[in-house]
Design a protein around this ligand. Structure first.
Ligand SMILES: [Zn+2]
Ligand SMILES: [Zn+2]
Length: 120
């Protein structure tokens, strides 16, 4: 197993624990974000949202950790090296669009959103 694969598995189980309690869906967005999507945005914990929600609803504040977002890299569909690609390591089928209540997120994000993400 390569270190890259190990890391992927570790973050997957972390993600499950962290987000088990977050269960409501955004009413206005259930956008699918397949591995090839260029609209996916992630925080440092890999919480994933679509670009539109990050801009319009989250104000670039992650509802789970308060950090900023960057574009999610696209996982290669070609086996370039050691089987580290979509065919062998398919994207998780769990919903990654983390549900957020816009009203309570507003309260959470207001004091944070004007601080540049690298200074939070
Ligand atoms: Zn969205
Ligand atoms: Zn986060």
């Amino acid at each position: 197993m390569s270190s890259c694969e190990r890391r992927t598995r570790l973050t997957r189980s972390l993600r499950r624990t962290q987000h088990a309690s977050t269960a409501r869906h955004l009413r206005n967005c259930n956008k699918p974000l397949p591995p090839a999507s260029t609209e996916a945005r992630i925080c440092s914990y890999e919480c994933t949202f679509c670009a539109k929600c990050v801009d319009a609803i989250l104000f670039n504040v992650c509802p789970n950790c308060g950090g900023g977002f960057v574009p999610r890299p696209v996982r290669p569909s070609t086996n370039w090296k050691n089987g580290n690609y979509l065919g062998k390591d398919p994207a998780s089928t769990t919903v990654k669009h983390r549900p957020v209540d816009p009203a309570s997120h507003n309260q959470f994000a207001m004091p944070i959103k004007d601080i540049p993400p690298h200074q939070r």
